[in-house]
Design a protein around this ligand. Sequence first.
Ligand SMILES: Cc1ncc(COP(=O)(O)O)c(C=O)c1O
Length: 448
Amino acid sequence: MGDRSEAPAPVAAPAAASPSTSWTLRSTKDRSIGHLDGLPNGTHHPDIPTDQIMHPQTRLTLAGQRTDDTFRSVALPIYQSAIFRFDSTDEKPAFDYSRSGNPTRAALEDTLADLEGGAGAVCVASGMAAISTVLSLYPAGAHIVCSHDCYGGTERLLTWLQSQGKLEVTYADLSDPVNLSVALRPETTAVWVETPSNPLLRIVDLKRVGSIAREANIDFIVDNTFLSPLLQRPFEFGADFVVHSTTKYLNGHSDVVGGVVVARTKEGRDRAHFAANAQGATGVPFDSWLILRGLKTLPLRMRQHEENASAVAQYLDAHDLIEEVFYPGLPSHEGHELAKRQQSGFGGMVSFRLSNEASIRQLLDTTHVFTLAESLGGVESLIEQPSTMSHASMRPEARAAAGITDQVIRLSVGVEHIDDLLADLERALDASRCLPTRTTRLGAPSHV
Ligand SMILES: Cc1ncc(COP(=O)(O)O)c(C=O)c1O
């Protein structure tokens, strides 16, 4: 319907570019490592001198502004329209049909491409839609090497595609990049990396994986959900695609499910856009608007997440009921030095292994400030047991290989006052200290 970019084209071939907005990207070449204080060039209205505005904090505040010349609204309007008028049969409007392009979604896409340092982006309905959009770019029989401790939903999707004969998958512990070289086959098409990994926060050396991928001539894809582009920019290390669940830090308020594929090249962006449009995966205007609004406070939120997470990790590290704490900011974490080199922050996720298995359910049922819920990256603190919740969809043998036992608890540390967070953990850990043994697995496994 009304979408001329749908003319038959092979899936892997670049499709016609979607309409560009009035604040399209300028050159993405020569971007410095931006992180919190150096994001150059931009995606803003021509009236805004973005060349002079280098800080993402300012660029995000200005993103999407001055687009409404009719009423001059300061906030970006929500273009809640499925269709757009043609003035004549000779003229194709900038947008014609919201599945293929929508001004509110385009503003978000341009902002996220700017933030990641990519050439363009396509926003889709969920993080899983972003992952599936990228995977759909590869031909039948393609071989993918994937981090062995990726998000459970990623493992479920890859395993399902493999069972249908669509893709071949090898899971490898990519915290040692030699394992990537070992897993490579002639038909390997891409390597899929999550770093820090979910939920054990292992760190993968992006530079080394990037150089192996380049030498092997395969795509390098990074799920950057855990850190956000403010703390890690995979394109600097040679990534071809970066995906996010925008449900998490980018939106930050636990009120939207969304995803994005950001591409290093314009060609990659066009292929991802073609796939998302052809499969009907693209995101809706209202959600795009909410995510863009959430993004404006991303730098503030990330600072608070990290400050709190670091204090929580130190507290847990000194606690007698805790066997092991997984937080890359702790000097004892095996990826600490690497994280310092390739990240500009350690993020807000902390996992730990309880020494007393019998305490797990009591702990999860007793916190009040930490809510028992899946997901991560929102302003509120969450606690969960990955083996029965976020990673319940993973095959048990895959969970075991990744070290995700029932004793592992994952925290998404929010932006509350740190005293309240520590008091909540202290209360719950104390309550779980002297308990009769109960089963360690939650009663109602998750469907996520
Ligand atoms: C690292 C990571 N990637 C992708 C996803 C999937 O995102 P969504 O739930 O938005 O589909 C998740 C969800 O938790 C995740 O943690």
